[in-house]
Design a binder for this molecule. Structure first.
Ligand code: HSE
Length: 296
């Protein structure tokens, strides 16, 4: 085999209080094709600025080959990205996962998914997007002795996710730079308790419990000032009964609901409270995670 296409789902990290720990895979995908050649690097399907050797799909591809002590030869990479870039939906994690899986599969699948998660986590710094991108579904992760440990949690089948994706982006580095280095004990306790109850509410399908548990003191309050109209939109969503959080580092905002009419309800009112354009993207949970779409 010298050509493989990997499909990776979008992911929403944090889910409110689960900062750097919780993540869920969603039904929006980036497909990346890797074709080994005799020499050189060619990257197509993305903006010119992402076609160099620092492309994340290529850097993780190389990291996996290095770990396997395999020679990096030439490679053509084609990116067909449907996950919006720098919007808090795991576009970077998707490229890292695709590169890692692509390299592993082209060279005989010597590494396990845990091995690929270890390598990509060392590159990304936190496993909350990577774990659901690899495994699908809802995951919680910790890093123990430098290595990620991720487990899957059950999700009630009736949840629908509605992503509100704005027409501006927000670099994760900026969204992390506004967070305090130290937190107080009350905020830590708040997040531990709320995080545990978010997982139970998602399992039970309990919208009322999710609405109150999906609140946070570690990151959202600091980040919301980077996102125009965050508070107005949050107030609007809360009138509908849906649970609300920032998706990853933002700027996408996320509603979780069982109300099939939520999109209609928000679409009617959103334009009147914000001058930015927010695309409403109804999504389901992706339970499969990253996988091979085609191989020859
Ligand atoms: N947990 C990360 C954050 C997700 O909130 O900064 C973005 O990579």
């Amino acid at each position: 085999m010298n050509r493989v296409t990997i499909r990776v789902p979008a992911t929403t990290a944090n889910l409110g209080p689960g900062f750097d720990a919780f993540g869920c895979a969603l039904s929006l995908y980036t497909d990346v094709t890797f074709e080994e050649t005799e020499s050189g690097l060619e990257i197509t399907g993305c903006d010119e600025e992402f076609t160099g050797p620092d492309n994340l799909a290529y850097t993780s591809y190389c990291a996996v080959l290095n770990t396997m002590s395999e020679e990096v030869q030439g490679v053509k990479i084609h990116i067909d990205a449907h996950i919006p870039i720098c919007r808090g939906l795991g576009s970077s994690a998707a490229l890292l996962v695709a590169g890692a899986m692509g390299a592993n599969i082209l060279r005989g699948s010597k590494l396990s998914t845990q091995g690929l998660l270890n390598i990509t986590n060392a590159m990304e710094g936190h496993p909350d997007n990577l774990a659901p991108a690899f495994y699908g579904g809802l995951t919680a992760s910790m890093v123990d002795n430098g290595l990620p440990v991720s487990v899957s949690f059950p999700l009630h089948p009736d949840w629908e996710f509605l992503a509100l994706v704005p027409d501006f982006n927000l670099a994760t580095s900026l969204a992390r730079s506004v967070l305090p280095e130290q937190i107080n004990r009350a905020d830590a306790i708040y997040n531990i308790a709320h995080g545990a109850l978010v997982l139970k509410a998602l399992e039970l399908g309990d919208e009322k419990l999710l609405r109150s548990a999906m609140q946070d003191k570690l990151h959202q309050n600091y980040r919301k000032r980077l996102i125009p109209d965050y508070e107005k939109i949050e107030a609007l969503v809360r009138t509908t009964g849906a649970a609300f959080c920032l998706s990853g580092a933002g700027p996408t905002l996320l509603c979780i609901t069982q109300d099939e009419k939520l999109e209609q309800k928000l679409a009617k009112k959103l334009d009147s409270i914000t001058e930015k354009h927010w695309q409403l993207l109804p999504l389901h949970v992706d339970f499969h995670g990253a996988h091979v779409l085609a191989a020859e």
